[in-house]
Design a protein around this ligand. Sequence first.
Ligand SMILES: [Zn+2]
Ligand SMILES: [Zn+2]
Length: 188
Amino acid sequence: MRSITTLHLQYAHRFYGFKGEAQYLHGHTGILTIEVEDSINPGVNMVFPCNEIKKTAWALLQNFDHALILRSDDPLLPAILDVYEKQGIKNGAPTNTNKGPAFKSELATAYPDCRLVVTKETMTVEGMIKIVYDLLKDKLNIVKLTFVSGDNSASAEFKTSNNIERCPMCGISMVDGVCPKCGYRSSK
Ligand SMILES: [Zn+2]
Ligand SMILES: [Zn+2]
């Protein structure tokens, strides 16, 4: 069975080098659907709590929300960093609180202090699915991702090999045999 959760990401980007209107900076509300598959956890009668899927995903993905996403070779990148630097906001501002931990993966690097994500590939809906899977594949048993942004949408299915132990009381992932929420210990 699957547990399914959806989250919204508002972001700006452009397709550098693309021969169409998307080569200009513009914004979207993107809708990401994450499908997690496993057996039903008999203790809580669910696969995985949807709010916990959201929490795990949001910890990293909030860096894409209200952010500018640019490809690493886009000449706008140094230009924007230069403006932020001169304005004194490159390394953060007191009002910038919607931040997850900075991350760097093969496909994307987040700079939460200046609300910027630099990607290796153009951030199409397909590109976003690759980035999200790479960031979350070891944390959740993801079997399908769908990303919808304006008229564009893409989905991909995956095989998961994670064997995630879940708390029979809370349904969430155990950490080293202990539930981080209720303290339940597995007998293993
Ligand atoms: Zn777009
Ligand atoms: Zn628990």
